[in-house]
Ligand binder design. Structure first.
Ligand SMILES: [Fe+2]
Length: 218
């Protein structure tokens, strides 16, 4: 774990090729950290391309096209810290794209990001919580959130940040990491790295990736 933690601290993600093939994804998640079930009973979500889905989901909006860069559950007061993606059926031509939020913060400026107030598109538990794009973490840098679908600017600086972030994301050069083979595993710091799914070409509709959130690393 110390090598994994060092990589995560340095780069915000680590790709583990064919990681622990004898373990299932729940066991892998427990090896890596402390899993967190985002919805009542589902610790593991299986991500499968869908041409159509309910309108309030990425698949419902973007279908088989590229998803926009985002951090997961950005509308939560405290989004899950880490995200594990593990390949069940993968293809080298359907990479996961990553960009480093630290570069985004440098480009837009920490001052703007930390003052930019956004609100979720919909209330959660009856409350419309105002959220900053960047929040300080105790002795540990910044929590970055971004989701252009589920968060909307709610202040003047929010409007400024919204334009700047979107512009930067159209110009940045993402890393491209393919979960191509079974058990290929990508661990991402969800408070730092933005991710996106690339478009699904014909014949890749059976791609299947398992996802688990972690509240911390072991
Ligand atoms: Fe995501």
């Amino acid at each position: 774990m110390s090598k994994i933690k060092n990589e995560i601290a340095a780069r915000g993600y680590i790709f583990l090729s064919g990681f622990r093939p004898d373990e299932n994804t729940a066991e892998v998640a427990n090896t890596l950290g402390i899993p967190l079930a985002p919805w009542d009973d589902r610790l593991i979500q299986t991500l499968i391309p869908r041409a159509e889905a309910t309108p309030n989901t990425y698949s419902g909006i973007y279908g088989l096209g590229q998803f926009p860069f985002h951090t997961d559950l950005a509308h939560w007061r405290v989004p899950p810290r880490y995200l594990v993606l593990r390949c069940v059926i993968g293809y080298s031509d359907v990479p996961t794209l990553l960009v480093d939020g630290q570069a985004l913060i440098r480009a837009v400026s920490l001052e703007v990001m930390a003052r930019a107030i956004f609100k979720p598109r919909r209330p959660r538990d009856g409350v419309l919580q105002l959220l900053r794009l960047c929040e300080p973490i105790d002795d540990d840098g910044w929590l970055l959130r971004w989701d252009e679908v589920f968060l909307n600017p709610a202040s003047k600086i929010g409007d400024v940040a919204n334009l700047k972030v979107r512009e930067w994301l159209t110009e940045c050069e993402p890393l491209s990491i393919s979960l191509a083979n079974p058990n290929d595993t990508l661990l991402i710091d969800n408070w730092r790295i933005l991710h996106a799914r690339s478009p699904i070409p014909d014949g890749r509709g059976d791609r299947a990736i398992e996802r688990v959130y972690l509240r911390g690393l072991n």
